[in-house]
Write a protein that binds this ligand. Structure first.
Ligand SMILES: C[S@@+](CC[C@H](N)C(=O)[O-])C[C@H]1O[C@@H](n2cnc3c(N)ncnc32)[C@H](O)[C@@H]1O
Length: 462
């Protein structure tokens, strides 16, 4: 048949329909994840199936339930109740967790709500398609809640996670440590939840039930996170000491994270008393830790080490050519003011948000134009640093949203002329030894979002 003929490549409906399309993409040995319903997910599943061998797919694949009739580790981690939701939870919340069971509801990823958090399942797939293997080191220079270090650790890949916010460092480290916390003190902590709550209430700070404005919280001087961590600063300190002993700082941090989480809820809602809120969040936290540890005990798996630091992505504390892959999502220049968002927790921990603002990419500047200029300057430094620390030929993946309305204002041009922040970032990266290899678009759902599209941009160091 002549390939220039417009009927070339057309088949009759019966042949096409009865054959299906998946065999064009997959070999037939794979069963795809049941919640895979977006094009970028199908693309990542396809890349995983081409890049990983069968053992690697079983061990680390993100988008598969079974390979040759054997369940994958991802399936084992995700199956069962995703979270211990309180009895009165709305059907909307329940259906969210059910819908996202394979995307987010596993391991310790679900602890503490953090805006702009990655889907861990997508991160797992990206770590795979960047060709990272056990023994390699992946870097997230803007780790937020720590999705990359936690996921990498589960995949036996070492990692370095960095964030400018001390609260992010604390949250990410605590969630990572929770993967291997001793379980017995957690049961005792549940028994003593009233006393622990009183201790934090007294020493760390008290939420004001139902108060809407987090900014109005009074800062408690002298309660710096380091101090909270080095001694138990409250009258009932004996209780915590008995519970966690001399060297169980990790348990203490875990209980504190649950307290901060519950205090945030209490400020937003009066439905439960602050103590009831703490109790139910602590139960949920303990459930999550027990579940993932139970699953991990059934694998021959080694959790890889994650190094979690507070630092500035514009001046990375790392040697040149020392990193095997970089995966990160920078702030979206105008979208989320992380300091205002986290002000409640930063204040409780005694942090000065104004001082921090100077190091936060996307938050510097007085008006939209100045903010944009400083954002692009800062991101230029970030790419320069990524180009320095990454080994040659390795990959750097960026996940970034774009808001064309705001960009058109910042640049003083029509919306139609805006090329998108992802393209601007690709051009910046190209100045620092990166070449673009693949860009995938993913839609952002949710009514409150001002952004509709987010891009996964895979770059390679030349
Ligand atoms: C989109 S969030 C990352 C969310 C993360 N991917 C997750 O899964 O939770 C961007 C992060 O960049 C951090 N950040 C902003 N400026 C920074 C800087 N100069 N150095 C390091 N981190 C920075 C913010 O604190 C915020 O946590």
């Amino acid at each position: 048949m002549d390939p220039t003929d417009q009927n070339f490549n057309r088949y009759n409906p019966h042949d096409v329909l009865s054959e299906g399309m998946f065999h064009q993409l997959f070999s037939g040995k794979e069963v795809l994840s049941p919640q895979l319903n977006e094009v970028y997910e199908l693309a990542l599943a396809y890349y995983e199936s081409r890049i990983l061998n069968e053992d690697e797919l079983l061990r680390n694949g993100a988008y598969f339930v079974k390979i040759r009739n054997q369940y994958t580790r991802h399936y084992h981690m995700c199956t069962g109740a995703p979270l211990l939701l309180p009895k009165h939870s709305s059907s909307r919340l329940r259906s969210f967790f059910e819908k996202n069971q394979f995307r987010t509801g596993y391991a310790t990823h679900g602890l503490f709500p953090y805006r702009g958090k990655f889907h861990p399942q997508m991160i797992k797939a990206l770590i795979n398609v960047m060709g990272l293997k056990a023994g390699d080191v992946v870097l997230d220079p803007m780790m937020g809640s720590g999705t990359v270090p936690i996921e990498a650790s589960l995949m036996s890949i070492r990692s370095v996670g960095i964030d400018a916010s001390p609260f992010c460092r604390f949250m990410a480290k605590t969630k990572y440590d929770a993967l291997s916390l001793p379980l017995e003190p957690l049961d005792r902590a549940l028994e003593k939840s009233r006393e622990i709550f009183d201790c934090f209430y007294e020493s760390v700070g008290a939420p004001v039930p139902g108060s809407k404005s987090r900014n109005e919280r009074q800062k408690k001087p002298g309660n710096e996170i380091q101090e909270v961590k080095t001694k138990f600063p409250c009258g009932s300190e004996q209780i915590l000491f008995e519970l966690v002993g001399n060297d169980s700082r990790k348990i203490f941090d875990f209980l504190l994270l649950a307290y901060l989480d519950s205090a945030g809820y209490s400020e937003r809602s009066k439905r439960k008393s602050p103590f009831e809120q703490y109790r139910s969040i602590l139960e949920r936290y303990v459930f999550v830790v027990k579940k993932i540890q139970h699953v991990l005990s059934g694998f021959e798996s080694i959790l890889a080490k994650a190094t979690i630091l507070q630092g500035d992505a514009r001046t990375l504390p790392l040697d040149g050519n020392s990193i095997d892959g970089i995966l990160f999502s920078p702030p979206y220049s105008f979208a989320i003011d992380y300091l205002t968002n986290d002000s409640f927790h930063l204040n409780l921990l005694g942090e000065d948000s104004n001082k921090l603002r100077e190091t936060m990419v996307g938050l510097r500047g007085k008006n939209i134009k100045e903010k944009y200029r400083l954002y692009t300057e800062d991101m230029d430094c970030v790419f320069s640093e990524c180009g320095r620390v990454l080994k040659p030929e390795r990959f750097c993946t960026l996940i970034i949203g774009t808001n064309d309305n705001q960009l058109s204002k910042a640049l003083g041009i029509n919306k139609e002329e805006v090329k998108g922040l992802h393209r601007i970032m690709i051009e910046t990266a190209q100045q620092h030894r990166f070449r673009p290899v693949r860009t995938l678009a993913r839609q952002i759902s949710g009514i409150a979002n001002t952004m509709r599209n987010e891009y996964i941009v895979i770059l390679q160091k030349t």
